[in-house]
Design a protein around this ligand. Structure first.
Ligand code: FMN
Length: 242
């Protein structure tokens, strides 16, 4: 009897070792020993091993799937960011209204922003400024812009300015003189005391004949700090929001 138990024990050990090392069905073939079938034991072990391999494979493939989906999401986000990088907001302001609109457009689009700062700053005195602006306009001045920018990466250029004497401030003319916006989309916006664009949309079209010009956005100076709804409506109507 003892011998039979030793024999069964040895057979089980042999089967387990073979299964663990090779992942193959053990070759020991002993039909029955004391009611315990070594063959069925071997089958059970093999099935368990195969099951565990399958579970492992499933786990790996689930991990792979989530890796792939994470990668795809990351790549898509990167591409979207690259697309939103293609828009730039260029603007000039004196008292802050146009800047408020520019910042709202930036917040809603994620576009880059570039302020047209005059090399020689304007006076802080409103009445004096009225005279200076009128004088610049009458002599077709081109006030120098303090910094330059590379526009080559941008497909869309928002351009914002206050209405000065029924026209664009002359520094905006400097910008159009210095930069060729051919092939780009120009999205103009303007703030005023009530005159709106005063024909400046037509002027931009003349200055940049090879650009596509969208419908403009006019915001009254007194509403500039609450322009979010007007901006979002304009962006969706003109298709400027990606
Ligand atoms: C020199 C100057 C001229 C202006 N001319 C006009 C004008 O012709 N029509 C008008 O509606 N508002 C005019 N305004 C008012 C501005 O367009 C308005 O206050 C604008 O919102 C100011 O923008 P900002 O705060 O970005 O400088 C003028 C303002 C200045 C300083």
């Amino acid at each position: 009897m003892k011998k039979i138990f030793y024999f069964i024990f040895a057979a089980i050990a042999a089967v387990s070792m073979t299964a663990c090392t090779n992942n193959e069905t053990p070759s020991v073939d002993i039909s029955e020993s004391g009611g315990l079938s070594v063959e069925s034991l071997s089958e059970n072990l093999t099935t368990d091993i195969l099951d565990s391999i399958e579970v492992k494979n499933e786990t790996i493939s689930e991990t792979d799937k989530s890796d792939i989906s994470e990668k795809t999401t990351a790549e898509t986000t990167e591409e979207t960011q690259e697309e939103s990088k293609a828009a730039l907001i260029v603007y000039f302001y004196w008292s802050g209204n146009t800047e408020a609109v520019a910042n709202e457009i930036a917040a809603q689009t994620g576009a880059d922003i570039f302020e047209l700062i005059p090399d020689l700053p304007y006076t802080d005195d409103y009445d004096e400024l009225l005279d200076i602006a009128q004088d610049e306009q009458s002599r077709g001045a081109r006030p120098q812009i303090a910094e330059s920018i590379d526009l080559s990466d941008y497909d869309t250029v928002f351009i914002g300015y206050p209405n000065w004497w029924a026209d664009m401030p002359m520094i905006v003319y400097t910008f159009f003189d210095e930069y060729d916006l051919s092939g780009k989309t120009i999205a103009p916006f303007c703030t005023s005391g009530g005159s709106g664009f005063s024909g400046t949309l037509g002027t931009i079209a003349e200055l940049e004949p090879n650009a596509e010009i969208t419908e403009g956005l006019h915001i009254s100076g007194s509403s500039a700090d609450k322009c979010a709804d007007d901006v979002s409506e304009w962006l969706s109507e003109t298709g400027l929001l990606n």
